[in-house]
Design a protein around this ligand. Structure first.
Ligand SMILES: NC(=O)c1ccc[n+]([C@@H]2O[C@H](COP(=O)([O-])OP(=O)(O)OC[C@H]3O[C@@H](n4cnc5c(N)ncnc54)[C@H](O)[C@@H]3O)[C@@H](O)[C@H]2O)c1
Length: 367
């Protein structure tokens, strides 16, 4: 088992992230080292409910009294209405300020349960047990929790770090192939923004292993991305400046998701195509050499991101860009690769370069 200690902010509060096989079976002990025993609420979805049976007995052994709330899976439950349902369940289960909420699931469950933990009784501890690759490599660490609003994704949220994260890689056994590839897009993102060695290591993998790494490679990938995210968050926990490097591919990605009604792309797939667009833009602006641009494009392509739906065109994506919540005034800020392992922020990008970058990628992917 690997243990990584992450710092939450400049105040240097820390929490452990455990990564390994079959480690969730020891949850009672791992949680008990940090949190007081007593009632806790496990929030999960139908697709991973099976894994509750793997942890409930051990939780009880550790002195915790688990209550369970099972929701449907998917982005549609990341809403204030579902948060309200969880507040009720927490109250009915007698959770007090010392009790914990445990998120057992992908990024959706983590964001929703984390948001409830951040706000219930002005904030109680929460534990992340991620079950999707995307949640293990990204969303379970860093302390951003949120629900969606009809006017946009993640608009109602908080910063609330987990007390402990337990990433049991055996839980990925049942993850569908498309979800694996979506998670790997975020992994490639970490290589591009901060670690050229990680990028080269991913390049060296056979296509099937890139799409579904296993064994030691998988443990390495999860632990390295967690470390990288930890470094970024420790420097800028509240997302004022530096943390925004994590948005590589997300400005275009969110626009693609919005322009397709959040139905066509998984989040990670939209990030993959968004990274392609950011790479083309960087090359067009002369800040990235063409060889590196080709390497990024080829690695992302190995994940087979889905082709655009027939109705999607450049104008729709461009319009959706202006709903980005990270923009300053009406000014879009793009995170663009400058080299492998290094990105920069770019404002005032000429309209025609934005247009050309989107059009180029949509055309290539349509073929
Ligand atoms: N808080 C953050 O920092 C952060 C970062 C990135 C993404 N996110 C959020 O994360 C969400 C996406 O996360 P996600 O990709 O994990 O989506 P998700 O939670 O919807 O999970 C994807 C699908 O896989 C299923 N699933 C999960 N684990 C499984 C397993 N082991 N076996 C079988 N099925 C399994 C889920 O039920 C769901 O249907 C988005 O809402 C996004 O906004 C948050």
């Amino acid at each position: 088992m690997i243990k990584i200690t992450l710092q939450t902010d400049a105040a240097k509060a820390c929490y452990p992230v455990y990564i390994g096989r079959n480690i969730a079976q020891n949850i009672g002990h791992l949680m008990g080292e940090i949190l007081p025993p007593g009632p806790c609420l496990v929030v999960t979805d139908q697709n991973v409910l099976f894994y509750y049976n793997k942890i409930s007995h051990n939780l009880q052994k550790g002195g915790f009294k688990p209550h369970l709330k099972v929701l449907d899976g998917g982005e549609k439950i990341k809403t204030p209405a579902f948060a309200d349902m969880l507040y009720r369940r927490a109250l009915e289960s007698g959770l007090d300020r010392y009790s914990s909420i445990i998120a057992l699931g992908g990024g959706v469950i983590g964001d929703l349960a984390g948001f409830v933990a951040a706000t219930y009784l002005r904030g109680i501890p929460f534990v992340q047990i991620p079950t999707s690759l995307l949640a293990m490599v990204d969303s379970s660490v860093g302390g951003k929790v949120a629900v969606n609003h009809p006017l946009g994704k993640n608009l109602i949220g908080a910063f609330h770090h987990p007390s402990v994260v337990i990433s049991d890689t055996t839980f990925l056994k049942t993850l569908p192939p498309r979800e694996w590839r979506a998670g790997m897009a975020e992994v490639i993102k970490y290589g591009v923004i901060k670690d050229a060695n990680l990028f080269s290591r991913l390049e060296a993998l056979e296509k099937t292993n890139l799409q579904r790494p296993s064994g030691r490679e998988l443990i390495y990938i999860i632990s390295r991305t967690v470390q990288l995210k930890g470094m970024v968050v420790a420097r800028d926990a509240k997302d004022h400046a530096h943390r925004r490097i994590l948005n590589l591919g997300h400005t275009f990605g969110h626009a693609l998701e919005a322009a397709t009604g959040f139905k066509h792309y998984l989040h990670g797939e939209a990030v993959a195509v968004g990274m392609q667009m950011a790479t083309v833009m960087a090359e067009k602006l002369g800040i990235l050499d063409c060889q590196t641009a080709r390497r990024i494009a080829e690695l992302v392509e190995k994940l087979n991101p889905p082709p655009p739906p027939p109705f999607l065109n450049t104008a729709l994506v461009k319009d959706a860009l202006y709903y980005d919540k990270k923009k300053e005034g009406n000014e879009l800020i793009f995170v663009l690769p400058e080299a492998l392992g290094r990105v920069g922020f770019y404002k005032s990008v000429p309209q025609e370069k934005i247009h050309e970058s989107i059009a180029y990628c949509l055309n290539i992917m349509d073929k």
